[in-house]
Design a protein around this ligand. Sequence first.
Ligand SMILES: Nc1ncnc2c1ncn2[C@@H]1O[C@H](COP(=O)(O)OP(=O)(O)OP(=O)(O)O)[C@@H](O)[C@H]1O
Ligand SMILES: O=C(O)C[C@H](Cc1nc2cc(Cl)cc(Cl)c2[nH]1)c1ccc(Cl)cc1
Length: 306
Amino acid sequence: MTENGVKTEEQGHIEAAQPKRIKKKRGDFRFGPTLGEGSYSTVILAREIESGREYAMKVLEKRHIMREKKVPQVEREKQVLSRLDHPFFVRLYFTFQDTERLYFGLSVARKGELLSKIKQLGKFDLECSRFYTAQIVSALQHLHSLNIIHRDLKPENILFNDKMQIQITDFGTAKELKDSGDEPRSSSFVGTAQYVSPELLKDKKACKSSDLWALGCIVYQMLTGQFPFKAPNEYLIFQQIVNCKYEFPEDFDPNARDLISSLLQLDPMMRLGSSSCGGYEKLMEHPFFTGIDWENLANQAAPKTM
Ligand SMILES: Nc1ncnc2c1ncn2[C@@H]1O[C@H](COP(=O)(O)OP(=O)(O)OP(=O)(O)O)[C@@H](O)[C@H]1O
Ligand SMILES: O=C(O)C[C@H](Cc1nc2cc(Cl)cc(Cl)c2[nH]1)c1ccc(Cl)cc1
């Protein structure tokens, strides 16, 4: 065996010595401002001293993770993020740990959350709504092609990078399906009240189509600045959801109305974009998306009003 561990000729075939990726450590970084706080994490801007590269360092206290029994969620987040390599998802570059903490090295989504943008503008105009709905559709098509469901898609989990492209995040509650994932599967996790699907409330089942229901809620919220299902408490919100009880404002764009109605279908198999309704191809052909260049979405400049 040679010094770098490569087998010599007589010891069998020559293996190219794969450079083992060296685990990074806290001391390799200079930490800057905090970008945000979660229930189990703090996200801090960090610059790698040697390379000068910047990361959003998501730091979790081991003690807190264990006490709150969130180990499976952290492992799931690492597992799912490691499989995602797509322009519309936050990128995981590395993980490491020290005695007290876990560290995720993520791409920096410097322009904040979709929720903040909707609140700041009050609501999006048609052009912005079309552009960002198309980006979310493109992202969901990729995620579902890997048989992963997000399960908690909402404007707080859709961030923006410097180019004002979406960066979907928060995969601790995602589900990796064993099969094509069209059949609803029992799910112990319930998402966020305003975006949770009727099948999850009625029979605790989630499927890819549950993310399409959340998409319908998000499109409605972009165009109106309001939730489609809103009430003074969660019980009343759930009642509206399972009865699919929501209204459109006067003079609402007809194509947008048709798209949202096709997504907010009680039966997950009846939702536009689900495999039983023509899949993503049919969804992308909806008139609401007229003018969208699906092949170049990631290279297009965001609408100027953003
Ligand atoms: N890659 C990132 N770039 C910039 N900011 C980020 C990034 N990831 C998360 N943040 C911000 O940091 C904050 C915490 O995010 P994090 O995902 O750790 O927790 P969370 O999911 O928001 O909270 P919770 O765990 O309660 O759901 C959020 O406000 C988010 O906007
Ligand atoms: O080094 C790796 O990549 C694997 C480890 C595995 C791992 N070690 C852990 C310790 C604790 Cl206390 C909790 C979790 Cl979730 C833990 N996960 C790890 C380290 C950091 C992160 Cl962010 C995730 C997983």
